[in-house]
Structures are given as structure tokens and as C-alpha cells.
Write a protein that binds this ligand. Structure first.
Ligand code: SF4
Length: 361
């Protein structure tokens, strides 16, 4: 079990962040926010994939106007991402944004940040302070000799204190760097210095498998240390891909309520069945069952094992909730530790899935 850092809780629309709540998955649209229909279509696709909170860039007054319709029709809470112009933040709050993401360092002056804090307070919505390696204060760059984990954490803490000084405490904090080690250190420092919930991710992770692995290392390591209250996997391209990756990271960290853990042996010279085909069939069939369990926030975890021989197979399969150990043309089935039958290898996947469905009900 992971012991999570104790953080305060904020609510983004109906979604709690922090305070031990399940970790919401976030993403960001890459349509033009001014294009209401395209943005809503992408938000619906994200929500359908399992996204809990979505962020939209608000770079223009027209985008802030469009946000009213988007927030009214979105199936999930919408966060407005604001840079430079505090008037856009005020307009986004009026348009029904469920949270505002700002980097106070680029809003211009403390007075302007105070205006945003006052409007957010009146609307009852949180602010995410987002510090990025690319936009650190010059003074901190000089003090630390460039972008460092310490500089990122100090910049975030300064901004937290600025908002505290304005009487605003409904905060989420993020520091993002594309450097995994720097990101880890910055978050560890932050977790020691603030109890506001942390939004974690590796920014500009890149493309394809390398980006997935970088994100899994950066986010997964922190989650396993109990740090992080909401996550976003940043991948170049279609944001819907980010959701599956985020879910995989949460599942691997055992932080996804309702998840099904699939254990499958890698196969070796002892394997006498087409285990790859069986494991793929089982993984494909488990996906909709898991989706339903996640939606229902099923409390009991479920582990399914697909093993290839009599060496490790029966042991692993017997430890899972549902398991199968393949032999030569036959397969042994297990249900919560008990051997419940033997079937021809070609029927094993279907028989195992029947056990999973029974246990999922
Ligand atoms: Fe090989 Fe058996 Fe291990 Fe699979 S479970 S990798 S078949 S030894």
C-alpha cells in the first residue's frame, strides 16, 4: 500500500483533488477554444476515454466568450489556462470555468493576481499555480545558476505565499520540467513545504514510446512515493492518447480504483500454447469490464493471471483472483486460489473470462 502525503482538498466542479481522494486524470484540448463545436467534440472524446478534468487554453477574448458555451455543455469540469492577461482570467471565471490555471509570474503585477484571486474566491473555484522551467523569475535563475529543482520549488512556494497573503487558499500547485530527475526533486521539495494538492506531470514529454516511458517514470515514481494528487500525461498529438497512458500509470501504481491487474508471463522455451494470442484476447476482453468497474469505482481490486507452464504458472495463477496456467494442449483454471477445472487450451481464454465476469459482478 502506498502511504499518500496528506494534502488539503479542493473541488474542481464535482471532482475532488487531494485529501486522499482518487487521483483525477487531466488532459488539455488542442483544438482552437474559439471553435466551440470542435472543442466540445474533443472534450467528449476525452471524457469517454476516462478523463476527469479538461483544460482549455484561453489566449483571446473570443476564446473566453466561447468558454461559456463549452462549460455549459461539457460533461466534465473545464479549467481555463491563462497566460499574461488577467482580464482573460476574469472573463473565464465569468464564463463558468471550474478552475483557473495561471502562472502568477507572468500575470504582470500582484494587483492583477489579487483581482483574479478575488473573482475566483467569489465564484468558489480553485486556482492552479503552474510554474514552468521555461518561465522562472530572472532573480531565481541568477540565485540558482539556471533552472534547477530548487529554483522551481522556490518559485512555486513564493507564489503560494503571494496568494496566501491575499487570503486565497483554494490552491493546486504544479511545477513542471521536461527533465525527469529535476521534476522528481522539485516535487519532493514541494511536498515537504506545502500541503496544497500537487498536479504532477512531465511537461513536453515528446512523442511515442519514449514519451510514455518518460511520463511513467516521472509520474509513477512520485505516485509510488505518495506524492501527487492529480496527473496529466503530456503527449504531442491527440490528447485522447494521454488518458490511456495516465490510466496505465495509475493502475501500475495501484491507485486506480476498480482497475484489473493483468499478470501475463513473457513466454519462454517451455511455453507450449499460443500464450501471446490468449493474453491479447484476454486483455482486449478485460478492457470494457475494467472500464465499467472504474466507472462504478469498484472497491475490490481484481487480479488476472495468464501463465504459460507448470513452473511458475500454477503459483501465480493461484494467487490471482482468476488465473490460468497453460500446459501441453490443456489449461488449468483457478478462482481465488482454488483449482476449478481443466479445459482444452483453445477454450482457456473464454473460460477464464467467465470467471472474471462472475467475480466482477
Ligand atoms: Fe516460461 Fe513458464 Fe515463466 Fe512463462 S511461466 S516464462 S512459460 S517459465
Amino acid at each position: 500500500m502506498i502511504t499518500r502525503e496528506q494534502t488539503r482538498q479542493v473541488r474542481v466542479g464535482g471532482v475532488p483533488i487531494g485529501g486522499g481522494a482518487p487521483i483525477p486524470v487531466q488532459s488539455m484540448t488542442n483544438t482552437r477554444t474559439e471553435d466551440v463545436q470542435a472543442t466540445l467534440a474533443q472534450i467528449r472524446a476525452l471524457a469517454d476515454a476516462g478523463c476527469d478534468i479538461v483544460r482549455c487554453a484561453v489566449p483571446t477574448a473570443e476564446a473566453a466568450d466561447a468558454l461559456s458555451e463549452i462549460t455549459a455543455l461539457s460533461p466534465i469540469p473545464v479549467v481555463a489556462d491563462i497566460h499574461f492577461d488577467h482580464r482573460l482570467a476574469l472573463a473565464a471565471i465569468r464564463a463558468g470555468a471550474a478552475k483557473i490555471r495561471i502562472n502568477p509570474g507572468n500575470i504582470g503585477s500582484a494587483e492583477r493576481v489579487a483581482e483574479i484571486a478575488e473573482a475566483a474566491g467569489r465564484a468558489g473555484i480553485p486556482i492552479r499555480i503552474g510554474v514552468n522551467g521555461g518561465s522562472l523569475e530572472k532573480e531565481l535563475l541568477a540565485k540558482y545558476g539556471g533552472v534547477t529543482a530548487e529554483a522551481l520549488a522556490e518559485s512555486a512556494i513564493r507564489q503560494v505565499e503571494l496568494l496566501h497573503g491575499m487570503g486565497f487558499f483554494d490552491l493546486v500547485v504544479s511545477v513542471k520540467s521536461s527533465d525527469v530527475r529535476m521534476n522528481l526533486t522539485a516535487h519532493r521539495l514541494l511536498a515537504e513545504r506545502t500541503d496544497h494538492p500537487l498536479h504532477i506531470g512531465i511537461t513536453e514529454a515528446g512523442v511515442s514510446q519514449a514519451a510514455l516511458i518518460k511520463s511513467a517514470m516521472g509520474i509513477g515514481t512520485l505516485l509510488c512515493e505518495g506524492i501527487g494528487d492529480t496527473i496529466r500525461v503530456s503527449l504531442t498529438g491527440d490528447p485522447v492518447k494521454e488518458i490511456a497512458a495516465a490510466r496505465d500509470i495509475l493502475r501500475a501504481a495501484d491507485l486506480l480504483p476498480g482497475a484489473i491487474q493483468l499478470i501475463a508471463c513473457p513466454t519462454c522455451g517451455r511455453t507450449k500454447a499460443d500464450l501471446t494470442a490468449a493474453a491479447e484476447q484476454i486483455a482486449g476482453a478485460l478492457a470494457p469490464i475494467e472500464k465499467e468497474r472504474i466507472r462504478a469505482r469498484a472497491a475490490r481490486p481484481l487480479t488476472v493471471a495468464v501463465m504459460g507452464c507448470a513452473v511458475n504458472g500454477p503459483g501465480e495463477a493461484a494467487h490471482a483472483d482468476a488465473g490460468v496456467a497453460f500446459g501441453d494442449g490443456r489449461a488449468v483454471l483457478f478462482r481465488r486460489g482454488e483449482q476449478v477445472g481443466t479445459v482444452a487450451a483453445e477454450h482457456a481464454a473464454d473460460a477464464l473470462l467467465e470467471i472474471v465476469r462472475e467475480l466482477s459482478m
